[in-house]
Design a binder for this molecule. Structure first.
Ligand code: ISJ
Length: 239
């Protein structure tokens, strides 16, 4: 049988999933790659992989997508790794630089700027902007370096009273039920072993990795996160 090609996110938030895949029998049915989120998106859209831990904003560009797991990269309130950083308060921001590694958070910033903060900054492609979006491990320990930091999952919660899902496991074609079952069992194994995953990680200054993987990232793709995804998609379409 041909192996199922899977692209997972290369950030710390996905380490429990990768641990689960590496420590279960499913590994020999999979060709696994670890990619930055924007590459996960491109690979799924261009059919270079069958399944991706894909930024939810990119699902709008996958014609026939199927969510293949009840797990995700989400948060209920603050996530602690997706920010707009600035030395000005949000109301004074005139220019904003997006994060080239992101698909979801860039769109989330645009949605919140328009609908929640109700400002209309220019999106620029240089690092002299008043503010910038940054996601993933590159944000760890950086909060104190700026006068203002806006956690976008927390701001989404303030705006909608909903949790948020940044990335979901989705395929671009139907996937056999038996594989899906084994895949989800592997993901669960990883989540159940987060303490072991944490033991393998190097300490990060000014950042609580334990709190991040045990509390801040919410891995369950429940009803309210699905509701959030559909609201988010609608707001992206209206941008
Ligand atoms: C919470 C995060 O979620 C992520 C954010 C993504 C995005 O903005 O496109 C995609 C995948 C996730 O890794 C993070 O990376 O910090």
């Amino acid at each position: 049988m041909n192996k199922i090609k899977v692209s997972a996110v290369s950030y710390t938030n996905s380490k429990p999933f990768v641990y689960g895949i590496m420590h279960s029998g499913i590994l020999n049915q999979i060709e696994l790659s670890l990619d930055i989120p924007s590459d996960c998106a491109i690979k799924l859209i261009e059919n270079k992989v069958d399944i991706g831990l894909v930024p939810v904003a990119a699902l709008l560009h996958v014609p026939d997508y199927h969510i293949v797991s009840n797990y995700c990269i989400g948060a209920v309130g603050a996530v602690d790794s997706v920010f707009v950083f600035s030395n000005k308060p949000i109301s004074e921001i005139k220019t904003l630089q997006l994060d080239a590694q992101s698909r979801t958070s860039n769109n989330l910033a645009k949605v919140l700027l328009k609908n929640f903060w109700k400002i209309n900054p220019e999106f620029v492609d240089h690092d002299q902007a008043d503010a910038f979006v940054l996601i993933g491990d590159r944000t760890f320990g950086k909060k104190e370096q700026f006068l203002y930091h806006y956690d976008l999952a927390e701001e989404w919660f303030n705006f909608t009273e909903l949790p948020f899902a940044f990335a979901v496991w989705a395929s671009n074609k139907p996937i056999p039920e038996a594989f899906k079952l084994a895949f989800n069992t592997a993901l669960k194994l990883g989540l159940d072993h987060r303490e072991d995953v944490l033991k393998t990680l190097n300490k990060v200054e000014n950042f609580d990795l334990d709190d991040y993987l045990m509390n801040k990232i919410d891995f369950n793709l429940d009803e309210n996160k699905l509701k959030a995804i559909s609201k988010f998609h609608q707001l992206i379409r209206e941008l």
